[in-house]
Design a binder for this molecule. Structure first.
Ligand code: ASP
Length: 338
């Protein structure tokens, strides 16, 4: 059987950084040199792989909708030439990019695996080597038909992942959805958790940089300070509430603001500050008013996926009603709707 072909898209991030006098920074040539020194990457059990570098290589804190489109276009233009894709990416915003790609790559049937590392490949002790090798093997397997994030021995659904540790080598979690595979002595897939293949007809939805905001509720928040930005500037807002979707009672000023914003066509999604569990609007008096004012429940969606989904749905040019209805449904396994 011929070897699978994988395209590696290098966007930057710690994995390919080297030490400079100003701290770690991406460096294309040095990274390629280091990769040549890993014989396992060309072992017979490995797929054949090519690598393209984004220009410039970025620390992922600098990733924007522009780069999401560039990654999506790379995948779309080579979709029929490769069996799978590995995207090398900084960890800081990897969960956002994985979420965005999961929506942008419509009817995607191929493994698209984002990975990176906490310690660069140039260091003696690093997690880069294993993350890259295992991501390539997963991308060359035949079980994955979706956008995933592989890190520290775990394969996660991309739009369910969050970065939860700034220094652990197991830096990502999927608090509301099972792990898709564990890479121990063997790579053990949890088949029931994986998305099944979808019908043919891959296409790319490019994203438009629409104004989106995230507001985190805290005790004493003065919502009136957000009035004009919420009602006049933003098209989509994710509100990170307490627990199951609660806001402080003193925040009565929020409800007329939400009402006005919704009348102006702004979509307001209620998420939870708790990584684990779901929003349940109406379970408490402090949350039912949000629903009455026009906000939509995000259920157990991550803030990362909610932001990406808002970009995606607005970019499709849908009506406000259509966007509201799709926000409350699972499009790519990103949310559990009860
Ligand atoms: N700041 C880096 C980045 O996100 C961190 C990392 O890659 O781990 O690009």
């Amino acid at each position: 059987m011929s070897r699978k072909r994988i395209l590696v898209i290098n966007t930057g991030g710690t994995i390919g950084m080297i030490r400079t006098e100003h701290g770690y920074a991406p460096q294309r040539e040095a990274f390629h040199e280091l990769l040549k020194q890993i014989p396992e990457l060309s072992a017979p059990v490995m797929p054949e792989w090519d690598m393209v570098d984004m220009d410039p290589l970025l620390d992922s804190s600098n990733i924007t909708v522009f780069e999401w489109n560039a990654i999506g276009e790379r995948i779309a233009s080579q979709y029929h030439l490769y069996d799978g894709f590995v995207v090398l990416h900084g960890t800081d915003t990897m969960a956002y990019t994985a979420s965005a790609l999961s929506f942008m790559l419509r009817k995607n049937n191929k493994p698209v695996i984002l990975t990176g590392s906490q310690i660069p490949l140039c260091e003696v002790r690093n997690d880069a080597r294993d993350n890259l090798i295992t991501a390539l093997l997963i991308a060359a397997g035949s079980f994955v038909h979706e956008v995933c994030l592989y890190f520290g021995g775990k394969l996660l659904r991309g739009n369910r992942a969050i970065k939860y540790s700034a220094d652990d080598l197991i830096a990502f979690e999927s608090p509301n959805y099972p792990v898709l595979a564990d890479a121990g002595i063997e790579i053990r897939y949890h088949h029931a958790a994986l998305l099944p293949p979808c019908e043919e007809g891959f296409s790319l939805q490019r994203l438009v940089n629409i104004p989106i905001g995230v507001i985190k509720v805290f005790p004493g928040i003065q919502f009136e300070l957000f009035d004009s930005i919420m009602t006049e500037k933003l098209k989509g807002i994710v509100i990170e509430t307490f627990g199951a979707g609660n806001i402080p009672r003193h925040a009565d000023s929020l409800l007329p603001i939400i009402r006005k914003a919704c009348e102006n066509g702004t979509i307001i999604i209620v998420c939870s500050q708790c990584p684990h569990g779901t929003v349940s609007l109406g379970a408490y008096e402090t949350s039912s008013a949000l629903k009455e004012a026009g906000a939509i429940s995000g259920y157990d969606i991550t803030t990362e996926a909610a932001v990406a989904k808002l970009y995606y749905l607005f970019s499709r040019g849908l009506t406000v009603q259509e966007i509201r209805s799709k926000m409350e449904k699972s499009l790519r396994g990103e949310v559990t709707v009860f």
